[in-house]
Design a protein around this ligand. Structure first.
Ligand code: PHE
Length: 401
């Protein structure tokens, strides 16, 4: 059946579409559009509102109320009530103007204007008074003594060890090294075994290792940054040039020069054709970065299980420039040299432990204690100063920025 035929069915009632015919027949229905013309006005026009006496009275009442307004909020409310709100007598009076006969309208309009102006004047006067009062009060209540000293936060200082470590890292990064880091809780294999320190190696006890519970977990607090050598060689493609700063731990009793927690910085280069000459040249740069230019370096034969040959790096004392034989020197205890750290050519066993062919690759490594270097550099006599956290210590060492 086509839709038009369906709608034409007289027996069907369509509940959704009320027709005009039925709506008009409903006596209870309110027609919203056919509104009472007076309903738009809040109040019917009142001709008496323009009566001179009435206006005077309205004016007097409004001005009196306004003159006694206690604060600006109250004044604003009174303004709406008496002057310009929808139901304000003056507003109603203005509306009544239109309904006056032409002849009376001008005079009534002038009266209304004069009345409104006087109420507005009363309003402006009270507004000025209340505003002045409020301003005076705010000036007193919110008074600020600009001569009081400010709550100045003292500038902090970077830790001297951070500054030193960053400085040395920068020098190596400038030479093309990368930064490598490793965990402080380390596995025995990385800290000792892969570094050619077998379980029975005597050098293990000299490290005074702090082991981590449970016994047999194989975990310890790393005793040096050298395990980062192993982690680097296992994870990065060759050649490798890395600098490894970090915190290290040994079971040392605290005294003026020992601390169970201390920092180290390690360097490692593994490439084809690396020789001890490369190590020496690199250490010269390192010594210069540490103590300034023009200082000689020397390598003193030593022993580390993970380097062969091994050496201690000494630098001419920057304070006496090696002249301690003529003048006593506090910095180097009249040695003329300062011991800086350990170094050597990477032991082939270390390369083998990391799966590297020692007939093709060779390398050098060096490591140094940060506190010791900082103490020498800044003439600090007490290692505990580094952990006291006194900002003056950092500031005094010129690192307060
Ligand atoms: N790891 C050594 C130590 O803590 C220092 C070192 C690093 C020596 C690298 C040689 C090569 O004493």
């Amino acid at each position: 059946m086509p839709p038009s035929t369906q709608n034409a069915d007289p027996n069907r009632s369509n509940a959704h579409e009320p027709s005009a015919a039925t709506a008009g027949d409903d006596p209870g229905r309110v027609e919203p559009n056919r509104a009472d013309p007076n309903r738009a006005d809040p109040a019917p026009a009142d001709h008496n509102a323009l009566d001179p006496d009435r206006l005077d009275q309205v004016c007097a009442q409004a001005s009196a109320a306004i003159a006694t307004a206690g604060d600006l909020d109250e004044l604003a409310a009174l303004r709406t009530l008496h002057l310009d709100g929808r139901g304000a007598p003056l507003v109603l009076a203005r509306r009544a103007l239109g309904a006056l006969p032409q002849a009376e309208r001008a005079a009534a309009g002038r009266r209304h204007n004069a009345a409104a102006a006087s109420v507005r004047a009363a309003y402006e006067a009270r507004l000025a008074e209340l505003t002045a009062e409020r301003d005076a009060r705010v000036l007193v209540e919110e008074r600020v003594d600009v001569t009081l000293p400010g709550a100045r936060r003292p500038r902090g200082a970077r830790h001297p060890l951070t500054t030193l470590s960053d400085h040395l890292v920068d020098v190596f990064v400038a030479m093309g090294y990368e930064v490598a880091e490793g965990p402080e809780v380390e596995h025995d294999w990385f800290n000792f075994e892969a570094l050619n320190l077998g379980p029975d190696h005597p050098a293990r006890s000299s490290h005074d290792t702090l082991y981590v519970d449970p016994v047999g977990s194989g975990l310890l607090l790393r005793t040096h940054t050298s395990p980062v050598q192993i982690r680097t060689l296992l994870s990065r493609p060759l050649p490798v040039y890395v600098v490894c700063p970090g915190r290290t731990y040994r079971n040392d009793a605290v005294d003026a020069t020992h601390s169970p927690v201390f920092g180290q910085i390690e360097g490692l280069a593994v490439d084809e054709g690396i020789t001890m000459a490369d190590l020496r040249g690199t250490l010269e740069v390192f010594a210069q970065a540490l103590f300034g230019s023009g200082l000689a370096t020397r390598l003193r034969p030593s022993y580390f299980p993970f380097t062969e040959p091994s050496a201690e790096l000494d630098v001419t004392c920057f304070a006496c420039r090696g002249e301690s034989s003529r003048q006593p020197c506090r910095v180097c205890s009249d040695e003329g040299w300062i011991e800086v750290g350990g170094c050597g050519m990477v032991d082939p066993n270390v390369l083998v432990a990391c799966g590297i062919d020692p007939t093709r690759y060779s390398g050098f490594a060096f490591g140094m204690g940060l506190e010791r270097a900082a103490m020498i550099r800044h003439d600090v006599h007490e290692i505990r100063d580094f952990v006291d956290g006194d900002v003056r210590f950092g500031l005094a060492l010129g690192t307060g920025n």
